[in-house]
Design a protein around this ligand. Structure first.
Ligand code: CU1
Length: 162
């Protein structure tokens, strides 16, 4: 009886050690990139809110100067969306969205003058995920919007840079 429980304990410990070793091995390689915030880009994930003209996150945070990869998942089945980071406030955002109306989808619904655009994702079709990598600007609060016609001002959020 005592022998059995000892053997069982040994088996359990061995299995646990193997599991931990396996997890540790996998974890250290992925943990290396996630843990070292200075090394690789920080990955931010955001989506559109189903069929609503809204992002599923209205606030994102990053550190100034950080390389950021923003991954945007269009959760709508039928609508197109993009993720555009703006320099300025509502006035600049409205100007970009208005210019985007006439620019059309081939231009990603963006004006030729990109002086107030910090980062732009490609246009995402329904259920598509797109990415954009950029350097986080100086500390402050920045607007991100979707410039597909009619989506701004409904579809927007804030990127807080510290
Ligand atoms: Cu949109």
């Amino acid at each position: 009886m005592k022998m059995w429980s000892r053997m069982l304990a040994l088996v359990v410990l061995t299995v646990m050690a193997l599991v931990l070793a396996a997890c540790g091995g996998g974890g250290s390689s992925s943990g290396g990139s996630a843990g070292g915030s200075g090394s690789g880009p920080v990955i931010l994930e955001i989506g559109s809110k189903g069929e609503e003209l809204a992002f599923d996150k209205t606030e994102l945070k990053v550190a100034a100067g950080q390389t950021v990869t923003l991954r945007f998942k269009n959760n709508s089945a039928v609508q197109q969306h993009n993720w555009i980071l703006i320099k300025g406030g509502d006035t600049e955002a409205a100007a970009i969205a208005n210019a985007g109306l006439t620019a059309g989808p081939a231009a990603n619904y963006l004006p030729e003058d990109k002086s107030n655009i910090i980062a732009e994702s490609p246009l995402a079709n329904g259920n598509e995920t797109v990415e954009v990598t950029f350097t986080a600007p100086a500390p402050g609060t920045y607007l991100y919007i979707c410039t597909v016609p009619g989506h701004y001002p409904l579809m927007q959020g804030k990127l807080v840079v510290n």
